[in-house]
Ligand binder design. Structure first.
Ligand SMILES: [Fe+2]
Length: 284
């Protein structure tokens, strides 16, 4: 049987990739953020997952405003990195896991979700930056990828409730996968930030801490706000917290926080990293 060993939740702003490319990890501006990955590296070295299921949002690479799926699941054997230009530049591909992708697709459709299925897909900084943070310079990456894109861009956005339910459907699919791999789940994006308009640079530490305090032990607490509420509370890009909510849903065991880091600002955003272990529930 497969095992979902844990979850890694992190910001994905392209500026992080730019800092990696320029070797700025130990500079005072960046060090507090990059140091948050030390416990993640130790955990990954111990756990050695085989597969990464990544909940993220596409930034106009596959889907633009004219065609925007609410949920899309990659089912390709390989995903090229084709960032729009602000993130890290590298060429090594992400190796996919089509058999697991199709299992997840079949199971979530059985659960009455209707994702777009993508047998051809490219990925951007929302996947590449977290990978590079977790496995810096590693070639090839040690995990196979299942990318799951959530619309956090074109309104109407899915509700937090729908995202948590979708993540839980993915989690049930992962539990029933007979492949035997060790699986790590990623939620990428956030935390509070807004890049454009009158509120450019907006950050809400209170809402960020509310999310960080509850996403592990009580994700239902995040369902009290609508997606539009979250845009108001966290900024128009801070609504990427929907990716975290879905990813948290995919952790269906006893979720234990092993590490958490919050640092402001990173490239006009509130940056955060959280590591959860997903321990198997023991029947009473
Ligand atoms: Fe983003």
């Amino acid at each position: 049987m497969s095992q979902v060993c844990g979850g890694i939740f992190t910001s994905h702003v392209p500026g992080i990739g730019n800092a990696i490319a320029r070797g700025l990890q130990q500079e005072p501006y960046w060090k507090p953020f990059f140091d948050g990955f030390n416990p993640v590296h130790q955990w990954l070295a111990r756990e050695q997952p085989d597969v990464a299921v990544v909940f993220y949002n596409d930034h106009g690479l596959n889907f633009f405003l004219d065609k925007m799926p609410t949920f899309a699941i990659g089912a390709a054997s390989e995903y090229r990195h084709e960032d729009e230009g602000w993130g890290i530049a590298f060429q090594r591909p992400f190796i996919g896991h089509p058999a697991l992708s199709w299992h997840i697709i079949e199971e979530v459709v059985e659960s009455e979700f209707d994702p777009v299925t993508c047998q051809s897909m490219v990925v951007d900084h929302a996947v590449a930056v977290p990978y590079e943070l977790c496995w810096p310079g590693t070639d090839p990456f040690p995990v196979r990828l299942v990318p799951i894109a959530i619309n956090t861009v074109q309104h109407p956005l899915p509700s937090p409730k729908r995202c948590l339910a979708f993540g839980r459907a993915v989690g049930r699919a992962l539990k029933s996968w007979k492949g035997g791999e060790k699986i790590v789940v990623f939620g990428t994006g956030g935390l509070s930030h807004q890049l454009e308009g009158r509120r450019a640079g907006f950050i809400n530490k209170d809402y960020d801490h509310f999310c960080l305090d509850n996403i592990g032990p009580n994700p239902e607490a995040l369902l009290g706000h609508s997606s539009l509420d979250i845009v108001e509370l966290a900024g128009s890009q801070g609504v990427e917290i929907l990716n975290w909510i879905a990813a948290r849903g995919a952790l269906t065991g006893d979720v234990v926080e092993l590490a958490s880091n919050y640092h402001v600002p990173i490239s006009n955003t509130a940056a955060a990293t959280v590591l959860f272990e997903n321990r198997e529930l023991v029947p009473a």
